[in-house]
Write a protein that binds this ligand. Structure first.
Ligand SMILES: [Zn+2]
Length: 290
């Protein structure tokens, strides 16, 4: 079957576009999942723990200054290692969503293993923050074709890991079910701009926050004209650094000041999308031998 584009969506009254600021609170987990021996690297680990220790409080203060509620994707392991930081996010009224347990890559795993990551993450978020998340984002945005079914089995409302639309849509799930998908894209991620982890990630080139702000602002303004849904993904261990948080604040202030743009956590955008009763889209596995 040929894929078809997502249908248009309508936004709440008076709004022509939507936007959401999302934060992936990976902390040490994004390194440890693929490089467990990096636990021995005290300095590298401290670069990652800067996120929950310093970045999260700074970003929470920044969001509060503008009255903006955001979505924080928290691996279950991060919640257990940094419970105070994760509880502060929840206490500030932000959405906490699921982001794996130890930020495990899903490609190459089997169904039972992927399910165990989901269940361990749910248990940890419940235990630490008293939260049952409705949203999920796959580590590294690498969903598998079985992920939507596993998410629907557990009552999730939405996923935010795919990249084939400018607007949210209903993703068809086997068994006549569906999951709201709120798409993302690599250009709206701070990892490509700022992340340098020696021997692990990045080239050593660290971009200016001015350049990141320019890319994101241009995409926001164009997405606004197109009536799309702007979803920015940043990481507290990267964008929680002072000059980057300051640049991000300029964008938050700009978006929050646009009366024609609905700025909301992803859960609100997903609930709205669900209320539209859109026909589910099939996103199937392409056959390389077609
Ligand atoms: Zn992540």
């Amino acid at each position: 079957m040929s894929p078809s584009p997502a249908p248009p969506v309508s936004w709440p009254a008076g709004k022509r576009a939507a936007a959401s600021f999302t934060f992936d609170v990976d902390a040490e987990s994004a390194v440890l999942s693929t490089h467990p021996q990096a636990a021995d690297r005290m300095s590298l680990m401290s670069h990652q723990s800067y996120g929950p220790l310093v970045g999260v409080p700074r970003l929470l203060r920044m969001l509060e200054r503008h009255g903006v509620r955001a979505t924080f994707f928290v691996p279950g392991w991060t919640a257990r290692r940094h419970p105070g930081s994760v509880r502060a996010i929840a206490a500030a009224g932000h959405e906490i969503a699921h982001h794996g347990y130890l930020h495990e890559p899903l490609t190459g795993t089997d169904t039972a293993t992927e399910a165990s990551f989901l269940d361990k993450g749910l248990d940890a978020l419940e235990e630490v923050a008293g939260v049952r998340p409705v949203g999920y984002r796959a580590p590294m945005w690498e969903l598998t074709h079985r992920s939507p079914g596993l998410l629907a089995d557990r009552g999730f409302l939405y996923d935010s890991s795919l990249m084939d639309a400018d607007t949210p849509y209903e993703l068809a799930v086997p068994g006549g079910r569906s999951l709201v998908e709120v798409p993302v894209q690599w250009a709206l991620d701070d990892w490509e701009q700022y992340c340098y982890l020696p021997d692990i990630s990045g080239t050593g080139l660290i971009e200016s926050p001015r350049k990141a702000l320019e890319i994101w602002t241009l995409e926001f303004e164009a997405m606004r004209r197109e009536g799309g849904c702007f979803v920015l993904t940043t990481h507290p261990f990267l964008s929680g650094r002072p000059s980057r948080a300051a640049a991000l604040e300029e964008l938050v202030e700009r978006v929050a000041g646009c009366a024609d743009t609905w700025l909301a956590p992803l859960a609100d955008i997903a609930h709205h999308t669900r209320s539209l009763a859109l026909p589910p889209r099939v996103v199937d596995r392409p056959d390389p031998r077609l």
